[in-house]
Design a protein around this ligand. Sequence first.
Ligand SMILES: Cc1cc2nc3c(=O)[nH]c(=O)nc-3n(C[C@H](O)[C@H](O)[C@H](O)COP(=O)(O)OP(=O)(O)OC[C@H]3O[C@@H](n4cnc5c(N)ncnc54)[C@H](O)[C@@H]3O)c2cc1C
Length: 509
Amino acid sequence: MTAAYLKKAAPSVNVTLIESANIRTVGVGEATFSTIKLFFDFLGLEEQDWMPSCNATYKLAIKFRNWRPDGAHFYHPFQRYEMVDGYNMGEWWLKLKQHEVPFDQACFSIPAMCENKLSPRFLDGRVFDEKVQDYFAGSRRTKNSFLAEHKVQYPYAYQFDASLLAEYLKGYATRRGVRQIVDEVDEVKLAEDGSIDHLVTHGHGTLRGDLFVDCTGFRGLLINQALNEPFVSFRDSLLCDRAIALQIPKDVETHGIEPYTTATAMSAGWAWNIPLYGRIGTGYVYCSQFLSEEEAEREFRSYLGPDSFGLRANHIKIRTGRCRNSWVKNCVAIGLSSGFVEPLESTGIFFIQHGIEELISHLPGSTIDEEMVRSYNRVVADAIDGVRDFLTVHYYASQRMDTEFWRAVKQVPLSDDLRERLDIWKHRLPNAKNINPNYHGFESYSYSVMLMGLGYLPERSLPALDHMDDTNALLAFRAMREKTDRLMATLPTQYEYLTQVRSEMFVAA
Ligand SMILES: Cc1cc2nc3c(=O)[nH]c(=O)nc-3n(C[C@H](O)[C@H](O)[C@H](O)COP(=O)(O)OP(=O)(O)OC[C@H]3O[C@@H](n4cnc5c(N)ncnc54)[C@H](O)[C@@H]3O)c2cc1C
């Protein structure tokens, strides 16, 4: 992603991609965040160009299962609330619909689309959400690709085979002049001022550069090992430190394809389920303080049932946290080397996209300006810290207390800011003025949806609404229901739509 984006953004820069044939990638990372569309738009890639090659599917939401003691599920959709008379439909739901219909079904159309495995596109290619249709139409799409300044909520993200996407992007990058070296970096040699002077590789000798981007994963070979930049651990606030990943083949013709990622709460963490075209990526993220590897694998396999028989499980140690500074001297860490929080909201690839975009906007001239480095480090740290806090809220607000893990996550230290916000949210739903103001990808509606879904509700609806006429709000709920019904009657299933796209692609090929 980094090499492809860099070359596209700054074609005159010479980019060399070094990667080892022997050191494997982490091999997971398949669900994304809706801003990923801006990445593909920036590269000029259309869905039909890359999706079939990467077995990609659409993701409209995350379905949270078993996060509530009553076992009820809810969706966190890529869909903002409609506003009615200055207040969002979440606030109105508390007043008018709380005892009638679950908030996600009442306020959004995406949950019903998910339940029916629908595609976000009609068979003629139009996107279901008329508010953003223009952004999906070739030349009319947005010129502003900056994440933090992008005012549009795209209604979906993608789920894909990360290794296939990396191969695809490698082809894209090398065709545009990125030089690829398959070799191992044995040593990182520093100059007198402490910056990186050169890399010593196994088979290609010495490699020099002006700027080194460390994409070596949890190893942090350049940033942590060579430059000794400290890693700020999040272990005290996010307890999960291990994962088990497994890939399950799936016959999409028989089973269809769910247009969402599922996060199912387990005894000491949660399990992901990411449907691709032809297989499911699944895994269990857990806390080793409460489960051994064997216990976790046993619980995970029993949850998966016969689907997992005979399949190999990949055990992964997670490094949760971030580098104190992701840019040090002439080295910028991007990806797992920079920072990582558990993939509960699919933010790993989002951090990469954000890191690259900020790198381009802070790209140095002939010398590296310390103020620009500081500015880069600030925005990157703010984004990662913001997501950490958002994920902490997922655990803190859950009412589950049935295992040691679920009791322990309620005891983690919270910052004063977050504690104050949580107190406010007991009285009113989150809004743009009372969530973390630093850019971290999530808007107030996401906070509101998570809190409502988890059952962390204000004790009563906003008193201001008591003095207002309900007519418009009731009409808005009805309009939402009618719109949802129309979509259900007219959208194809995700399987039908993607199969059509794939057949066109393969015929064209
Ligand atoms: C359990 C888990 C689940 C995840 N799920 C999601 C998800 O659903 N959504 C999401 O957005 N993100 C997710 N992520 C994050 C996502 O997987 C990563 O952000 C993404 O794969 C990028 O990884 P990376 O390139 O930084 O590191 P890696 O994949 O580890 O790649 C490191 C690269 O560095 C090379 N390398 C290392 N050392 C050397 C050396 N000495 N010489 C030469 N080359 C070297 C390796 O060959 C490899 O190519 C998940 C992560 C984990 C751990």
